[in-house]
Design a protein around this ligand. Structure first.
Ligand code: SF4
Ligand code: ZN
Length: 322
C-alpha cells in the first residue's frame, strides 16, 4: 500500500492523526494548523494589546513549555508587540519542583526571556513539604492551589506585568466546567470558561490562550518540536475530585474525541444569572496581606492562620480547589 498522504497539503507523507478531529496530517501541517488556531484564539478573544507586559506562568511542564514556545513564536510572527517575562513559583517540593525549575531556567536562556522565581517559603514562611508534614497528604493540593494562585499574581505584579498567561488547556477547562457543574458552583462556572478574566478591582488579568488546545495535541506538539520539558508528576497526590473528573473525561474522550471541545463550548454558551454568578461580597483588600478578596481575610491568609495556630484542617472546610 502506498504511504498515506497528508489530508491538508496532499503532498507530504502523513505522520499523525489529530486527536481533536481525526484528520491525518504531516508534521509541518500539524504545526501550522495548531499554531494558527492559538493565534486565532488570541485575536478573536482580544487577549493582548500592543506593549502589554506579559508574565508567562512557567512550571517546566509540557503545557507551560508549549505556551512559552508559542507565545515567543507568535509574538514574533504576528508582531503582537508584547514584552514576555517568565514567572515561576517554587512550592518547595524537594525532588519535584527543584528539578522542574532547572528546565525553566534552561528555557529562559534558550528563548532569551527574563525569569523571576518566587517561593512559598519567602512569601508565606512555609514550604509545601512543611505544610504536608503538619496537614497530611490529602489536603496538599488545596493549600497548594490557593497559595499558587496568589503567588503567581504577586510574582507577576513584582515584574510590572499587566497580564498573567497560563498554559491551561481544553482538557483542564472541561474538567473545571464538570467540577463546577457537579458542585453547583455558579460563580466559578461563570468564570471558568473565560479566555481572559480579572483585571478589574485591583486584580491582574489572567489569560488562557491554549483553552481550545487538546492536551494530547500539546503533547504531540512538544514531542515533534523536541521542546525541553519536565514530565515527572508531583510527589503529592492530586486533588481527588479533579482526578475523578479527569478520569471521567478521558473515558468520554475515548468514545467521542469531540466531547472535550463540546464541553468547553457548552460551558461558554451557558448563561449564569448575574445574581448567581456574583460571589456575594464586593471585592476589597485582605486586611492582613492586601490581596483582593470578597472576605475580611483572603483564603491564603485564612489557611496560613490555621497553620500557624497548629490547626490546619479547621480552615479547609470552605476552601474549594479551582
Ligand atoms: Fe501542588 Fe497538588 Fe500540584 Fe503537587 S499536585 S504541585 S501539591 S497542586
Ligand atoms: Zn490575605
Amino acid at each position: 500500500m502506498p504511504p498515506k498522504l497528508c489530508e491538508n497539503c496532499n503532498g507530504n507523507r502523513a505522520s499523525l492523526r489529530r486527536p481533536k478531529n481525526g484528520h491525518i496530517l504531516c508534521q509541518e501541517c500539524f504545526f501550522s494548523i495548531f499554531e494558527t488556531e492559538v493565534h486565532e484564539t488570541i485575536v478573536k478573544e482580544e487577549l493582548f494589546q500592543p506593549n502589554d507586559v506579559v508574565a508567562l506562568g512557567a512550571s517546566g511542564g509540557k503545557d507551560s513549555t508549549v505556551l512559552i514556545h508559542l507565545m515567543t513564536t507568535l509574538n514574533e510572527r504576528y508582531q503582537y508587540g508584547l514584552q514576555l517575562i517568565l514567572v515561576s513559583i517554587d512550592e518547595g517540593i524537594v525532588g519535584y519542583r527543584d528539578d522542574s525549575l532547572e528546565t525553566v531556567k534552561r528555557n529562559s536562556s534558550f528563548y532569551k526571556l527574563p525569569l523571576h522565581i518566587l517561593s512559598y517559603k519567602e512569601l508565606y514562611g512555609w514550604t509545601m513539604d512543611e505544610i504536608v508534614n503538619v496537614s497530611g497528604l490529602r489536603n496538599s493540593c488545596t493549600f497548594c492551589g490557593v497559595f499558587r494562585r496568589q503567588a503567581l499574581e504577586k510574582g507577576s505584579l513584582l515584574t510590572g506585568a499587566s497580564k498573567i498567561v497560563t498554559g491551561h488547556n481544553a482538557d483542564d477547562m472541561a474538567e473545571t466546567i464538570l467540577m463546577n457543574f457537579f458542585r453547583a458552583d455558579a460563580p466559578r462556572l461563570a468564570r471558568s470558561t473565560c479566555a481572559i478574566s480579572g483585571g478589574k478591582d485591583g486584580t491582574i488579568a489572567r489569560v488562557k490562550p491554549l483553552k481550545y488546545a487538546y492536551e494530547k495535541e500539546i503533547v504531540l506538539y512538544a514531542h515533534f518540536k523536541k521542546l525541553d520539558y519536565f514530565t515527572t508528576e508531583c510527589t503529592y497526590s492530586k486533588d481527588a475530585f479533579r482526578g475523578t473528573a479527569r478520569a471521567l473525561l478521558k473515558e468520554m474522550e475515548a468514545v467521542r474525541p469531540r466531547c472535550i471541545a463540546d464541553i468547553v463550548a457548552t460551558g461558554e454558551s451557558l448563561c449564569v444569572r448575574e445574581v448567581d454568578a456574583s460571589p456575594g461580597q464586593a471585592p476589597r483588600p485582605c486586611s492582613r496581606c492586601g490581596f483582593v478578596t470578597s472576605q475580611r481575610l483572603c483564603r491564603a491568609c485564612v489557611l496560613l492562620q490555621s497553620l500557624q495556630q497548629g490547626n490546619p484542617l479547621a480552615a479547609l472546610r470552605n476552601t474549594v480547589v479551582e
